[in-house]
Design a binder for this molecule. Structure first.
Ligand SMILES: [Zn+2]
Length: 871
């Protein structure tokens, strides 16, 4: 009895305390939930000056939250990253929702593809479903705010007991990706630690913050070459299809403090209009919440145009997901940056001057800018998105239904009605890769079990793939496999008429990049075509024969097969003279190693066809060449990283070669071929003081001396000697300028010193001709497209005593160059050479001006590089 009385009395006291002291109550609740705060766990408040939490500790913290979180958080390791670190997905919702997460996921997928469901069924699903919101952190690893902010966000969601938090947990399934790039997070934390307290504190990382891609990891959402992209694609495109996705970034230091949605003009066509309105809706709430919190310097509807590259936040609108980003002004990593008021600048899209305007009502006045300022603004943004979705759960889900339904209806009514990927292709194995990449996007693809004829009489063979546009991802399909044209209007031209650079490429037409034929057709294909339910396997076969085997030189994967067989010590030959059913560029291998061929066929999908008789002449032995891949510091070179990755995918052994080794000379003793990736001459030589390849345009002086890059005059002389004595120098993109200048080639860059008004091609696909009788273009079709960026060279061979020393491998078409993207002044580029080879001493230079292996996406022109790497 007494005990009960005591309890009642205590409860009364607590209640009284709660009324007079809400702070105490929340403290009590916190203590009861026993959730360790980030400050306690890490030993500092996240975002504090000169402190960065390292990824391994962050992983431990999320695991601890899972243990302490009372069933509100599930932490899944999606698998290892490129360098073997855990890639986490933390799902946060109410315990009730978490207990039926799989059911909620199923409901969400039905709402996202409502074909075949009645409106009543949808209404029921919406009642049952929860808004699904995904946010990811620090894709760009030097943009550390997100990764440092998110543990606090998770902690607040798990520990706060107020109505707003409860509403979020009850109505939202929050998919939190604590770091999009854990490898980079570790590199940056360790680098920062190393420079801390030195004169280089806060300096930029001298190398790529991802093993292969660096900043370009945000250009990989449609090709999903990297494992991290594959994990994100699984979360966003197939497992969940959330209603909104917010990706947290940093930008330069001297403008607004944080950019929040929506995007500026121009936008890409073919998305459901509602998705653009949703981004304005979310963005307004986010911006409003920032102002409510008294945080200055917030801008929206500016700077980042809606037609960006197909990174994750820009591709998601075409998955009917409100795909958005925040961009915070950068400090010097965790070191504060002082900014004078007169250093603050406007300019660019939507902020002509650093002055008040509707979308920027409270300019930040200048002063110290700290990581904690970034963390706070990002946390408000992240929370605001969850808050709005929670308050409007039914609307959010209804919109998801509407977008999906309308897009499928538009696709059913419009023209083209479908795209066909014919089974007969120049490189059928690459066509299979395209199909599998489209499946990763969650696009529905059907395969014809038998041949079919369409209205205009075109016949397609059995095995052809059909992509109907009558599906929710209609807009995405049009961008990836149809032609697209970047707008040329007042949004894309400056006042003086000069074109404004798009945010990235002017097109991301994956099929064109890959050299795969895809036909738009005006009528739906009739009949019962089975849907692909998983990746299409590519398994080659060996047809036994006593005279040996041929494998097709038109297949990119034949290079991989050749490399696998060379690894095993087999002799490989290459056909130079067509005949007897063989084409120039086909590979030959003798009989007797059928088990090895079968293994190569299994790994590559390449078929080994039996020769009908012994092939004697018209071919040569393939010699494996020793490759050197040039790498520099100054932030690293993304083109180098992609090229390195590509070499690994196709089995080309290589060694990375850096400045010191080049300068040492005697390069012929180690290498037969040296590749210079896309780079300016100044960056290769290091001759221009202050040249910066690092992010944010920081001056070279901010980099520790041992990471200031450049081969110098000694390096130039060593490379000249290397080529003179028989080496091959392969130069990509702008690095061709280095070869022309330093080797004194009789080649002129026809695109130098031309204004952007006269010529402009910001990442487009252009039609070109390939001299496939030349060994450097073996296996190429006679015509196709190449990817070209403004700034890439195109060549004219100048008259010389030895014109025979020069060969043109690729020539731009005579007219109608543009396949997709944006092109001004095509006559400047028409008929010019895109790729030339030049004899120099005993060796040669191979100059590839366009983007032959652009981000490992341009499969259609990989062979031009591969051919230069074997002999
Ligand atoms: Zn970024």
């Amino acid at each position: 009895m007494r005990k009960k009385f005591w309890l009642v009395q205590t409860a009364a006291v607590l209640l009284a305390l709660a009324v007079i002291c809400p702070v105490l109550l929340s403290r009590t609740a916190e203590a009861q939930s026993r959730i360790t705060s980030p400050e306690k766990f890490f030993g500092f408040k996240l975002g504090s000056d000169r402190h960065i939490a390292r990824w391994d500790r962050i992983v431990e913290y999320y695991k601890l939250l899972e243990k302490e979180g009372g069933g509100k958080i599930k932490v899944v390791n999606m698998g290892p990253t490129t360098m073997g670190n855990p890639f986490l997905l933390a799902t946060i919702s109410s315990p009730n929702n978490m207990a039926k997460l799989e059911r909620l996921r199923g409901v969400n997928l039905k709402i996202s593809d409502p074909r075949g469901l009645t409106e009543q069924e949808i209404a029921k699903l919406i009642g049952e479903g929860r808004a699904v919101i995904c946010q990811s952190m620090s894709l760009h690893a030097t943009e550390i705010g997100g990764t440092q902010m998110a543990p606090e966000l998770a902690y607040d969601l798990l520990s706060r007991k107020d109505e707003e938090t409860e509403r979020i947990l009850d109505n939202v399934v929050f998919l939190l990706v604590p770091s999009f790039n854990p490898d980079g997070a570790i590199m940056v934390a360790d680098w920062y630690q190393k420079t801390l307290g030195t004169e280089y504190e806060g300096a930029s990382l001298p190398w790529l913050y991802h093993k292969y891609t660096g900043h370009d990891n945000n250009r990989d959402a449609f090709q999903t070459n990297m494992i991290e992209s594959q994990y994100m694609a699984k979360i966003l495109f197939t497992d969940w299809i959330p209603q909104a996705y917010l990706d947290h970034h940093h930008m330069g230091s001297y403008g607004a403090r944080i950019y929040v949605p929506p995007y500026a003009e121009p936008i890409r066509p073919y998305a459901d209009p509602l998705v653009w309105r949703e981004m304005s809706w979310y963005g307004a709430h986010i911006a409003y919440k920032e102002e409510e919190a008294g945080l200055s310097g917030v801008i929206n509807m500016a700077q980042y145009s809606g037609w960006g590259h197909f990174g994750f936040h820009w591709i998601t609108p075409f998955h009917n997901i409100a795909g958005m980003l925040t961009e915070s002004a950068s400090a010097k990593l965790a070191t504060p940056l002082y900014i004078h008021p007169d250093q603050l600048r406007g300019g660019g899209r939507g902020l002509p001057a650093y002055e008040v305007q509707t979308t920027f009502p409270d300019p930040w006045p200048g002063g110290w800018w700290k990581l904690r300022d970034i963390v706070e603004r990002q946390k408000v943004s992240a929370w605001a998105l969850l808050d709005l979705a929670a308050r409007n759960k039914e609307t959010v889900l209804w919109n998801a239904y509407l977008k999906a339904k309308r897009q499928a209806e538009r696709g059913a009514q419009g023209k083209p009605a479908a795209y066909v990927i014919p089974a007969a292709q120049h490189d059928p194995l690459t066509a299979v890769k395209l199909v599998n990449k489209l499946l990763v996007q969650g696009i529905e693809i059907r395969q014809a079990p038998k041949g079919f004829t369409i209205a205009d009489g075109m016949v397609y063979p059995a095995g052809s793939y059909v992509i109907s546009l009558a599906q929710p991802k209609m807009g995405l399909i049009r961008h990836l496999v149809g032609r697209t044209f970047y707008p040329d209007n007042d949004w894309t031209r400056a006042k003086d008429g000069s074109p404004m650079r798009p945010y990235d490429m002017a097109t991301d037409t994956m099929a064109e990049f890959m050299g795969v034929r895809v036909d738009p057709i005006d009528d739906a294909v009739k009949g019962d075509l089975p849907k692909l339910t998983g990746p299409v396997p590519a398994v080659g076969k060996v047809v036994p024969g006593k005279f040996g085997y041929a494998f097709d030189g038109r297949l990119n994967d034949s290079f991989k097969a050749a490399n696998l067989l060379l690894d095993k010590g087999l002799a490989i030959r290459r056909v130079d003279k067509a005949g007897d059913g063989l084409k120039a560029g086909d590979f030959l291998v003798g009989p007797g190693s059928e088990a090895l061929l079968a293994e190569a066929a299994r790994q590559t999908g390449v078929d080994f066809a039996a020769l009908e008789s012994a092939v004697k002449d018209g071919n040569h032995e393939v010699k494996r060449l020793r490759l050197g891949m040039y790498q520099r510091y100054s932030g690293g070179n993304m083109d180098e990283g992609w090229t390195r990755w590509l070499l690994e995918q196709f089995g080309f052994p290589y060694a990375t070669v850096m400045d010191a080794e080049i300068k040492k000379g005697s390069l012929n003793a180690k290498f037969d071929v040296i590749i210079l990736p896309d780079d300016t001459t100044a960056m290769i030589t290091g001759e221009r003081a202050g040249a910066s390849g690092g992010e944010r345009g920081r001056p070279l002086e901010s980099t520790p001396p041992e990471y200031r890059s450049g081969i110098g005059n000694e390096g130039v002389e060593a490379l000249k000697a290397f080529v003179g004595k028989g080496g091959t120098l392969v130069t990509l993109g702008q690095a061709c300028g280095f070869a022309i200048e330093k080797l004194g080639l009789s080649v002129r860059n026809a695109m130098a010193n031309i204004s952007s008004k006269e010529f402009w091609c910001p990442g487009s696909t252009l039609r070109a001709k390939f001299d496939n009788a030349n060994p450097l273009a073996y296996g190429m079709p006679a015509e196709g497209v190449v990817v070209y960026l403004s700034g890439n060279p195109a060549f004219e061979i100048m008259p010389t005593e030895h014109n025979e020393w020069y060969e043109t491998i690729v020539t731009y078409a005579d007219r109608d160059l543009l396949q997709s993207g944006w092109l001004i002044g095509e006559e400047t580029l028409a008929k010019k050479a895109g790729m030339v080879a030049a004899k120099y001493g005993e060796g040669r230079a191979v100059l590839i001006g366009f983007r032959t292996q652009h981000r490992a996406q341009t499969h259609g022109t990989f062979k031009l590089l591969f051919n230069a790497l074997i002999r």
